[in-house]
Write a new protein. Structure first.
Length: 110
């Protein structure tokens, strides 16, 4: 099993950030993970594709910590092995949340 190479820099290519916050409330989309990396700054970034969402880069950890439902996605997969993410298609749902300052959260399923 391949572990996430925490010291490997993410490739800087024609990246377009996938903005989950632009999703409509209670709207779900399929997202396929093509690659998973951690940058030198300890940010977690996925290279992804989706037929219904724009962008090919999804940040799970940035300068403000975990984001885009990262904790819930990692709990769902229950692994830090890249093999358990790469090639998998997940469904992400934007749903209301009274606990979140933004008023919504992301729910991931396989």
């Amino acid at each position: 099993m391949a572990k996430i190479n925490w010291g490997e820099d993410a490739q800087h290519t024609e990246a377009q950030t996938m903005k989950l916050n632009s999703m409509e409330m209670n709207d779900s989309h399929e997202v396929t993970v093509l690659d998973m990396r951690m940058t030198d700054g300890d940010f977690i970034v996925l290279t992804v594709e989706s037929e219904t969402l724009e962008g090919n880069t999804l940040w799970l950890k940035g300068k403000y910590g975990l984001q885009n439902g990262a904790r819930q996605l990692m709990k769902l997969v229950n692994s830090s092995d890249t093999e358990d993410y790469i090639g998998e298609t997940f469904t992400v749902l934007k749903m209301e949340s009274e606990k979140s300052m933004s008023g919504y959260r992301y729910h991931w399923t396989i």
